[in-house]
Design a protein around this ligand. Structure first.
Ligand code: BGC
Length: 442
């Protein structure tokens, strides 16, 4: 399955239309100094009003599937019932348009934009949010389930936990360090409850989109290896193992989680039809430096010195405009390691995000990136990993969270002054690659 991915907060705009209320990101972006270029998501790509044009771009690209997310506050402006039908109407129209264009709709229910109304009651730090999420999943499935059969519950709970609640670099801007761990548990619980709710409405292709990457030790020294192992635990295993194996990978982590954890894990481990992997890059990890260093900086994020690891630059690689190293074989390594680690507990895999930030419409560097990663994916498949889909991040240049509009991940350029869309060279390249590979399959 060939697809592209977007998310509501990053493309839609129209923050008050048809009864929508603010999300955590609307509020966070309005605070001084939070977004690097001062941008905010109030217009973004204006996809809310231009979705027909965007679906035409999908059709022109020839993708079979489109991964998008729903803005929870359009559906539940107060974070709970009753459903705001006019808000849900937008997704109804979008899904109809996709079906008419023969593009399979693949909605993600949550991509970081928590309703402010829920955040004010504790957000993902409190258990109730998991139950509110399940009620929202049920409401969406009731309306769209006649046309949607492939669902994603949650996008990257790791990033929301780490960046949103742990380090305060993303909304809701909390800096709780390890006290952020309950946000991971409640997102995982919300995921499991949503799987149950979707299945009860007849859904039979359900996955999660977790971010994963190989974790490399900065050296063979025991302290670096231990720090890399800990980082792997937090980024990869903390989110994969409850879902795939029904347990936390470490007793200390399990003990840090609130509520009846053993009971919750049974819900969290509801079998999935497939497992979504978002892959961008490996991480090079070393022991923490001296506290006086003030921590390490990586991809624009400062890791405080009191955390038990530091992040290092991966040298000798091409870099994207974001400064991220381009390491296609990391994808092969990641997937084969997952297969070895989880064996038959790993369902078929979809790459639910992979992409890069580069400027310009003549974007040969993005073509090289995609080409390299598709070949790396192919190698993982040859090595026996059951991969069913590949979704490029992203269809459009969009609101790149704390980076604002400076980082451009789109296959389609967006002029933010006029909102004109212009397909980049990579769009045409991908269209041809999809055509050629669909033919090869017969
Ligand atoms: C997120 C996207 C984001 C992309 C590039 C992923 O972590 O799911 O929303 O735009 O990475 O940073």
């Amino acid at each position: 399955m060939w697809g592209v991915s977007t998310s509501a907060q990053q493309i839609e705009g129209a923050p008050r239309e048809a009864g929508r209320t603010p999300s955590t990101w609307d509020v966070f972006a309005a605070e001084a100094g939070r977004i690097k270029d001062g941008g905010d998501p109030s217009v973004a790509c204006d996809h809310y009003h231009r979705y027909r044009e965007d679906v035409a771009l999908l059709a022109g690209l020839g993708v079979g599937a489109y991964r998008f997310s729903l803005s929870w506050t359009r559906v539940h402006p107060d974070g709970r019932g009753p459903v705001n039908e006019p808000g849900l109407d937008f997704y109804d129209r979008l899904v109809d348009e996709l079906c008419a264009a023969d593009v399979r709709p693949v909605p993600t229910l949550f991509h970081w934009d928590t309703p402010l109304a829920l955040e004010e009651r504790g957000g993902w730090l409190v258990r109730d949010t998991a139950h509110r999420f399940a009620a929202y999943a049920d409401a969406v499935a009731e309306r769209l389930g006649d046309r949607v059969d492939m669902w994603i519950t949650i996008n990257e709970p790791a990033e929301l936990t780490l960046l949103g609640y742990g380090l305060g670099e993303h909304a809701p801007g909390k800096r709780l360090l390890f006290d952020a761990l309950p946000a991971a548990h409640h997102q995982l619980l919300g995921h499991g409850l949503a799987v149950q709710a979707l299945r009860a409405r007849g859904a039979h292709s359900i996955g999660i989109a977790n971010s994963h990457g190989p974790t490399w030790a900065a050296s063979d020294a025991a302290a670096d290896r231990a720090a890399a192992g800990l980082y792997d635990l937090l980024l990869n295993r903390l989110f994969a193992e409850p879902v795939l194996l029904g347990r936390y990978p470490d007793q200390g982590l399990a003990d840090a989680m609130p509520g009846p954890v053993a009971e919750d894990l049974k819900i969290i481990a509801e079998p999935l039809d497939w497992y979504g992997v978002n892959y961008y890059q490996p991480t090079l990890v070393g022991a923490p430096g001296p506290a006086a260093d003030g921590g390490s900086a990586y991809a624009g994020i400062t890791i405080p010195a009191e955390l038990p690891f530091s992040l290092k630059e991966i040298e000798g690689r091409p870099r994207t405009a974001f400064g991220w190293p381009v390491v296609p074989e990391g994808l092969t390594e990641l997937l084969t390691a997952f297969r070895d680690r989880y064996g038959d507990r790993l369902p078929p895999v979809h790459i639910t995000e992979n992409g890069c930030s580069y400027d310009g419409i003549a974007d040969q560097a993005r073509i090289d990136f995609l080409d390299g990663h598709l070949r790396a994916l192919h190698r993982a498949m040859e090595a026996g990993v059951d991969v069913r889909g590949y979704f490029v991040w992203s269809l459009l240049d969009n609101f790149e969270w704390a980076e604002g509009y400076a980082q451009r991940f789109g296959l389609v350029h967006v002029d933010y002054a006029t909102l004109a869309r212009t397909p980049k060279d990579s769009y045409h390249w991908l269209r041809d690659a999809i055509r050629a590979n669909s033919r090869a399959r017969g």
